[in-house]
Design a protein around this ligand. Structure first.
Ligand SMILES: O=P(O)(O)OC[C@H]1O[C@H](O[C@H]2O[C@H](CO)[C@@H](O)[C@H](O)[C@H]2O)[C@H](O)[C@@H](O)[C@@H]1O
Length: 477
């Protein structure tokens, strides 16, 4: 392509399904913008508005679609913290089939190995139809990126929603340097090849359209390479790198010491209360999206087992469990959300006393309250059955006021970095997890402080800004 054609294009582009802002539309037609957080938002702030980066994302709801209609898709910088954001209004049916029907139902399930295989998956007509929507949705991203990019620009594509984009974009714009980053685990080949052969190949070849692929851990990178070796004859010219996204210590420490967090700490302290010895009860904290892979139900059952097998902890500990609803368009997520709440209520019913609620469960998303819980944590419970990284495991040690013990699943990506100082669990083993909770609760104060310091240091080794700049550097920007 002639370079003049893209003279005003962006030098750096990011593409992700969920963008840095979402809109709510009220009955009077007023749009309110809500800015999101997360590693990518923090990461991009490292390059500042002057870099003229463009972030391409999808409209996720009616508010977003109305914002696109009013702006033509180039969002008002006042809503985006000065960033250039292009939001794509993909046909709602196509979007839903791609996002709910393929990304969150099929690809998420494959990489987190969530299928109950006697009955699932069924890759029939409905799947094939949804797959064509996934292709159309990926094509919309590839076309928008091709339009927005300057000659030779660097494009960093994010996650399992957009696996086909690198290959499509390579066809449209061979001059670009293309990266793709996976925030999830990658399935081992024997599980990945559950996908129909043509689809598995399409996903791998789509990703291999990139110059460089990033993963959160060596384990996920190796699994991807293993799939390529077995199914498409290897990686070809595509390079692979590992970037273990860390916690944003500066942001977290500043945000967690604001008055709204202090207010919530006071409320939580009241809910937690004091034990029979008059001292504050110990606190086991977990904070998750209510996500099947997070293993919240088994975590609650392990806590119940602790109360049963170690009755000395009754009245002396409270499990503060925040489970924020997620992906509620999918039946299986709605059912899981109900199950989490049912099990928590059962534990309270069985063990609770007039002055003690064993599980303090909250489901309304409240970031300030999550930070308050982090500060109060004696123990953090992070027991996913499989997880790309898990930033909660990294954030709690950074914020815990008195230093915390971390009970961590060996199947979380974070385990690669934090395993030495955590109390390790097999996420399926209820008795083993209960014993790990006991060990964490009983850990001598000095040992807990030392371990917590080392966990915090490791957790913040690659802050989001560095994580993002490293990826750009690897594309030779
Ligand atoms: O956009 P949603 O469908 O609401 O999902 C939210 C995000 O979920 C995934 O990210 C989270 O899980 C990852 C794996 O456990 C973890 O590494 C990441 O830190 C979490 O934010 C997904 O990877 C994102 O694309 C979704 O936006």
């Amino acid at each position: 392509m002639a370079s003049t054609q893209h003279a005003h294009g962006a030098r750096i582009l990011v593409a992700s399904n969920r963008g840095p802002v979402s809109y709510a539309l009220d009955d009077s037609g007023r749009l309110t913008a809500k800015r999101g957080g997360g590693g990518l938002v923090s990461g991009l702030s490292a390059i500042g508005p002057d870099a003229g980066a463009v972030w391409v994302c999808a409209a996720l709801n009616d508010g977003d679609r109305e914002a696109v209609r009013r702006t033509g898709g180039a969002l008002d910088p006042a809503d985006t913290g000065g960033r250039r954001v292009r939001m794509l209004d993909i046909d709602p049916t196509v979007f839903s089939e791609a996002y709910n029907g393929i990304a969150n139902s099929v690809l998420w399930f494959v990489h987190h190995m969530l299928y109950q295989t006697p009955l699932e998956p069924v890759f029939g007509r409905e799947f094939r139809h949804a797959w064509s929507s996934y292709e159309a949705y990926n094509r919309a991203f590839a076309e928008a990126l091709a339009e927005e990019a300057a000659e030779g620009a660097a494009v960093v594509v994010q996650d399992y929603h957009l696996t086909l984009v690198p290959g499509m974009l390579r066809q449209l714009r061979p001059d670009l340097r293309i990266g793709h980053f996976s925030h999830t685990p990658w399935a081992p080949v024997d599980y990945f090849r559950m996908l129909p052969d043509d689809i598995a190949e399409q996903v791998l070849r789509g990703m291999l359209g990139a110059d460089r692929l990033g993963f959160l851990t060596q384990r996920w990178a190796d699994a991807f390479a293993g799939c390529c070796e077995a199914l498409v004859g290897g990686l070809g010219d595509t390079r692979i790198g590992v970037h273990g996204l860390g916690a944003d210590a500066d942001f977290l420490r500043e945000r967690a010491h604001r008055p709204d967090v202090d207010e919530r700490m006071a409320i939580l302290r009241q809910q937690i209360g004091t034990g029979p010895d008059g001292r504050p009860r110990k606190v086991i904290v977990r904070v998750d999206r209510t996500e099947l892979s997070k293993n919240i139900v088994r975590g609650l059952l392990a806590y119940e087992e602790l109360l049963e097998s170690r009755p000395e902890w009754r009245e002396r500990v409270v499990h503060v469990a925040f489970a924020y609803p997620s992906r509620q368009d999918l039946t299986v997520y709605r059912e899981y959300t109900a199950e989490v709440q049912r099990v928590a209520a059962e534990i309270n019913e069985r063990y609770g006393t007039p002055g003690w609620t064993p599980v303090e469960m909250h489901v309304k998303d409240d970031f300030a309250r999550s930070l308050a819980a982090y500060r109060l944590a004696d123990v953090a419970l992070v027991n996913p059955i499989r997880d790309g990284m898990n930033l909660v495991a990294k954030e709690v040690p950074v914020l815990s006021d008195q230093g915390c013990a971390l009970v961590l699943s060996r199947e979380a990506g974070a385990y690669e970095e934090l395993g030495d100082d955590a109390v390790t669990v097999n996420p399926y083993d209820i008795r083993g997890t209960a014993e790990a909770l006991h060990e964490a609760l009983s850990m001598p104060a000095g040992e807990r402080t030392e371990r917590s310091k080392r966990l915090a240091a490791q957790a913040t080794a690659l802050p989001p800004a560095r994580w993002f700049l490293d990826q750009l550097a690897a594309l030779e920007v």
